[in-house]
Design a protein around this ligand. Structure first.
Ligand SMILES: CC(C)(COP(=O)(O)OP(=O)(O)OC[C@H]1O[C@@H](n2cnc3c(N)ncnc32)[C@H](O)[C@@H]1OP(=O)(O)O)[C@@H](O)C(=O)NCCC(=O)NCCS
Length: 199
C-alpha cells in the first residue's frame, strides 16, 4: 500500500503493514457506524483514523477531512455539535488525541493541527447576566473558534469563544486562550500571553 499524505494520517507510515491494516479496518468500522447513526450530520473524508474512544454527539454537523487521525489513547475525543446549526470541521491530516470540542456555531480546526486533551468551546453555555437561573432567554455569548493551519494546542489548554489562532502557533500546557493569537508564536499561561515566536 502506498501511503501518501492526505489519504491516511502521517503517523500510519511508521507502523508495520499488519498494524496499519488493522488500524484502518477498525477505523472503517467506526466511520461506518457514525455514518449510519448520524446520516447527513457527519462527513468523513478518505483515510480517517478513529477508534472506539471517539464520541460524536449533538444535532449539528461534524466534518472530518481526509487523513485526519482521531485515535485517542487514554481519554476520549469528543466532538459535540450542540445545536442544529453547529458545525465542527476537522481539517486534513489533523491529529486529535482526546480533546473536547463543544460548538453552538462553528469550530474549525485547520489542516495539520494537533490537539491534545484540550477543551475548545465556542459558547459560554451560561449567561453572565444576574438573572441567568430565572430567565431562560438571558443572553449567552457564542462566537466561532478558528484554528488556522498547523496549530498545536497542548494538553490541559482551553480555547474560549471567539478566538482565532494564527497558522503555526502553539498553545502551551494549561493555557487559557481568551483573545486572538497571531501566527507563528507560542502562548502560555492564564490568560494566555505570547512567550516567544517560532522561527
Ligand atoms: C508549548 C511548549 C512546548 C513551549 O515550550 P518552549 O517554546 O520551549 O517554551 P520555553 O520553555 O522557552 O518557555 C518560554 C517562557 O514561557 C513559559 N512557559 C512555557 N510553557 C509554559 C506553560 N505551559 N505555562 C506557563 N508558562 C509557560 C516559560 O516559563 C518561559 O518563561 P520565561 O521566559 O519567563 O522564562 C511548552 O510550554 C509545553 O506546553 N509543553 C508541554 C506540551 C504538552 O502538553 N504535550 C502533551 C501532548 S499535547
Amino acid at each position: 500500500m502506498v501511503v501518501t499524505r492526505g489519504e491516511v494520517p502521517v503517523e500510519l507510515a511508521q507502523l508495520d503493514p499488519l498494524r496499519r491494516s488493522a488500524l484502518l479496518a477498525l477505523s472503517r468500522i467506526v466511520v461506518r457506524l457514525y455514518r449510519l447513526r448520524r446520516g447527513r450530520r457527519v462527513r468523513f473524508g478518505r483515510g480517517v483514523v478513529a477508534n472506539h474512544r471517539l464520541r460524536i454527539s449533538g444535532p449539528g454537523t461534524v466534518v472530518v477531512e481526509d487523513g485526519a487521525n482521531l485515535f485517542a489513547f487514554g481519554g476520549r475525543t469528543r466532538l459535540v455539535a450542540r445545536t442544529p446549526q453547529a458545525r465542527i470541521v476537522i481539517g486534513r491530516n489533523a491529529r486529535l488525541n482526546g480533546p473536547l470540542l463543544q460548538a453552538d456555531t462553528l469550530i474549525e480546526v485547520g489542516p495539520d493541527c494537533i490537539l491534545g486533551e484540550a477543551h475548545i468551546l465556542d459558547t459560554d453555555m451560561h449567561s453572565i447576566a444576574l438573572d441567568r437561573r430565572s430567565n431562560p432567554g438571558a443572553p449567552v455569548r457564542s462566537a466561532p473558534v478558528i484554528l488556522e493551519r498547523n496549530v498545536w494546542v497542548a494538553r490541559g489548554a482551553a480555547v474560549l469563544p471567539g478566538v482565532k489562532i494564527g497558522a503555526g502557533s502553539v498553545v502551551g500546557y494549561g493555557a487559557v486562550v481568551t483573545t486572538d493569537v497571531p501566527p507563528g508564536v507560542v502562548v502560555a499561561g492564564n490568560p494566555a500571553r505570547v512567550v516567544r515566536s517560532i522561527d
